[in-house]
Ligand binder design. Structure first.
Ligand code: SF4
Length: 336
């Protein structure tokens, strides 16, 4: 999908660069704070300013349902009326086309060694926010989305830890005509119903390794559910499929960690996999983002008192990043 804010080839989207660190992209546009003036509107769009890390600045501006008792909270979470939300932010050129309202949900079944969001891993650590409250926030940014061809991105943690909540948000956003994106590892892809899939325009699919043993070492979980989920996304857009009318688009994300995910043969497996999705349905994978590892998440681990195993791991050098990007390009993929 071509958008106003799609970065030029070779650039890395702003927060992705901040998230994993990229040498030589200092000129990439920083996530900007949206204001009414910036878009010619006079409404007070009080988005939290995106800090130079993966998650937003908390749930400021959203009402939280703190007063509910535990029983009511659990019932509302089961029905999807209530979610556990870490934060939200408004970003451009990151997490999908145009300007995005990205919402980070709490809870994740993976334990990635390089996780930049260790404070999102536990569902109990999030803030209780109703689907109605979040959709009111989406509605507020409709002019921004229209002006930039942007939309809503649900991220985490792992968005599919809260499928009922995600389903309500996706359906509500689609009713408003908003472009929707899911940022997911795909491990819980089975939690995505066909109805949710039909309400999803783009999936950012994080494939953390092409080698099952390395995937397990990196995440603590198995690779296969992610691969199965990606194939389902491709097949869903075929004639008779659940997204046949409006085929879901996929961006593959690959975090490049020296000594962990840089083996050429493992990268080739991911590249072959991405290309195979386009063999199932041409045009499924429209972008591959190679995201160089950086140490920016380390302080969060220390704050949480958790052992961080990648303390001595360097960021990949430019040659390595270029080599890996070229491996994906060699399979006919569009790479950033
Ligand atoms: S999938 Fe994402 S949120 Fe979950 S552990 Fe891995 S990096 Fe962290």
């Amino acid at each position: 999908m071509t958008t106003l804010s799609t970065p030029a080839a070779g650039q890395v989207p702003a927060r992705a660069a901040a998230r994993y660190g990229v040498d030589g992209v200092a000129s990439a546009p920083l996530p900007w704070r949206t204001s009414g003036d910036a878009l010619g509107h006079d409404s007070d769009l009080d988005a939290p300013e995106a800090p130079r890390r993966r998650t937003g600045a908390g749930v400021s501006g959203l009402s939280t349902a703190e007063d509910l008792d535990r029983h009511d909270k659990l019932a509302m979470m089961r029905s999807g009326e209530l979610g556990s939300v870490h934060s939200w932010e408004l970003v451009t050129a990151v997490d999908g086309p145009g300007t995005r309202l990205t919402v980070f949900l709490n809870g994740c079944p993976l334990r990635c060694l390089y996780c930049h969001n260790p404070d999102t891993l536990q569902m109990k650590d999030g803030e209780p926010v109703t689907a109605d409250e979040l959709l009111a926030r989406v509605k507020r940014y409709l002019p921004v989305f229209r002006a930039t061809k942007g939309g809503l991105t649900l991220s985490g943690g792992e968005v599919l830890m809260q499928p009922a909540f995600a389903a309500r948000i996706l359906a509500g956003a689609k009713e408003m005509g908003v472009h929707t994106t899911l940022d997911t590892s795909g491990f819980l892809g089975a939690n995505l119903s066909d109805e949710m899939l039909a309400n999803t325009d783009l999936v950012l699919l994080d494939v953390k390794s092409g080698d099952p043993a390395t995937y397990e070492k990196v995440t603590g979980r198995a690779l296969e559910p992610t691969l199965t989920f990606g194939r389902r996304l491709a097949e869903s857009g075929l004639p008779g499929g659940v997204t046949a009318e409006h085929p879901v688009e996929v961006w593959i994300r690959y975090v490049l960690v020296p000594g962990l995910t840089d083996q050429a043969e493992h990268v080739d497996v991911v590249a072959d996999y991405a290309a195979s999705l386009n063999e199932i349905r041409p045009g499924t994978v429209t972008r591959v983002e190679v995201l160089p590892f950086h140490q920016m998440g380390r302080d969060k681990w220390e704050t949480l008192g958790r052992e961080y195993e990648l303390t001595d791991t360097p960021a990949p050098d430019v040659e390595l990043v270029d080599r890996v990007r070229d491996q994906f390009r060699a399979k006919g993929l569009t790479v950033y």
